[in-house]
Design a protein around this ligand. Structure first.
Ligand code: COS
Length: 382
């Protein structure tokens, strides 16, 4: 379908697709097998200037919006959701600065993020605080001119690979969510270290590690925005980033559909290519319908968010749920179309199915998204 992209938007899409075809697809199976972070591909993405998409022009970026980011992410995810996740996680890590940081903080971090030479990461989740984001236990106490952070963050995408981390910590534990604040912690800060790299089902070319803060001391001015406003900034951050996860779903599903159609045209059974059988055609047709419906919703949501940044919560969650549930189904169907071959590592669809699962879990499970949508509907009809 024609989504009437501008010349610049088409250029972003084409640039990302070129990286997918030339760099990601040839390496993805090996990176997956070895559980290896795609450092050189991240460098290629930086050279192509894609890290700068969402950074305002005054800080050296392209000044694009949610829609432009979605276009790039979709194309990268066609190649590998692990790589696209690493790219997306850098944006997630720096969104708090964009949303609530001072001019000085923006000046310090945004140009280096736009260049793509340093990556960011987002430290919210803890062992006992996943869906219940306000249940975090990490604390930050002011001691003279420094904040002292203590706590452990779990399953942090880009952990150990990034140099810049936005960390959510309690500055007033008695106030729960209203006592949370965000801090920028940097690789090499005293008392800051990493846990072991996790061994995951999918997105294995992305790195997931613990972040450990033991009397981690950082300068006073690394507090993002005002003390006690961290939870709201976290919620806004997730609102902006969730369409990105949705777009990983559409890129991944597109790749799975492509594989399934090509295979179905080649595979001969009962004397003809299996695409000639209605049973297979219907599976493919449903994959295509659901994918295009998801793409239309994700693009529409991203454009809505760019136009109405104060009204993004519901559409953001809606597109995340719809596109990622779709990706799980479409990748599973692709394995079904390829049959025994689909189950083998020799073909890429088994990896696609493994990669799809995390999309329904991270950046807020799809059950949490439905809670958010329900709460928003409740407010709308009050
Ligand atoms: N934008 C701005 N503010 C928001 C907001 C949003 N989207 N959502 C909530 N808030 C505000 C509320 O208005 C409330 O403010 P006040 O304290 O001033 O009233 C505050 O944030 C707390 O909101 P709420 O009471 O709804 O918080 P809950 O603890 O009930 O949590 C959910 C709500 C479940 C939605 C939240 O915990 C969540 O998103 N969890 C999933 C987290 C996640 O995505 N984890 C994945 C790891 S991070 S990659």
């Amino acid at each position: 379908m024609d989504y009437f992209l501008t010349e610049e938007q088409q250029m972003i899409k084409d640039t990302a697709r070129e990286i997918t075809e030339e760099k990601i697809i040839p390496q993805r199976a090996e990176l997956d097998e070895k559980n290896e972070f795609a450092t050189s591909i991240m460098e290629d993405i930086a050279k192509a200037d894609l890290f700068s998409i969402f950074v305002p022009e005054e800080y050296g970026g392209l000044g694009g919006g949610c829609f432009e980011s979605v276009l790039a992410l979709e194309e990268l995810a066609r190649g590998c959701v692990g790589v696209a996740t690493s790219f997306a996680a850098s944006a997630l890590g720096i969104f708090p600065v964009l949303i609530a940081g001072s001019d000085e903080m923006k000046e310090k971090y945004l140009p280096v993020i736009a260049e793509g030479k340093r990556w960011a990461a987002f430290g919210l989740t803890e062992a006992n605080a996943g869906s219940d984001a306000s249940g975090i236990r990490t604390t930050a106490v002011l001691d003279g001119d420094e904040w002292v952070l203590n706590g452990t963050k779990q399953w942090i995408t880009n952990g150990g690979e990034s140099e810049i981390y936005s960390i959510i910590a309690l500055t007033d534990p008695s106030k729960g969510a209203r006592g949370a604040s965000i801090f920028m912690v940097e690789d090499g800060d005293p008392g800051f270290s990493y846990g072991k790299k996790e061994d995951k089902m999918g997105i294995r070319s992305s790195a997931t590690r613990e972040l450990i803060m033991k009397d981690c001391r950082i300068p006073k001015d690394r507090l993002v925005g005002r003390k006690g406003t961290g939870f709201i900034t976290v919620m806004k951050t997730l609102d902006i980033s969730r369409p990105g996860i949705a777009s990983l779903g559409i890129g991944l599903a597109q790749a799975a559909l492509d594989e399934a159609v090509v295979y179905a045209k080649q595979r001969v059974q009962f004397g003809k290519p299996v695409i000639g059988f209605q049973a297979v055609q219907h599976i493919l047709a449903n994959m295509a319908i659901e994918l295009e419906a998801a793409r239309a919703l994700v693009y529409g949501a991203a454009r809505h968010i760019d136009a109405h940044p104060k009204k993004m919560t519901k559409v953001s969650s809606m597109c995340k749920v719809f596109a990622t549930d779709m990706a799980m189904k479409v990748t599973t169907d692709a394995v079904q179309v390829l049959g025994g071959y689909g189950y083998m590592k020799e073909y890429p669809v088994e990896k696609m199915m493994r990669d799809a699962k995390i999309l329904q879990i991270y950046e807020g499970t799809n059950q949490i998204q439905r809670n958010v949508i329900g709460q928003e509907l409740n407010k709308e009809y009050a």
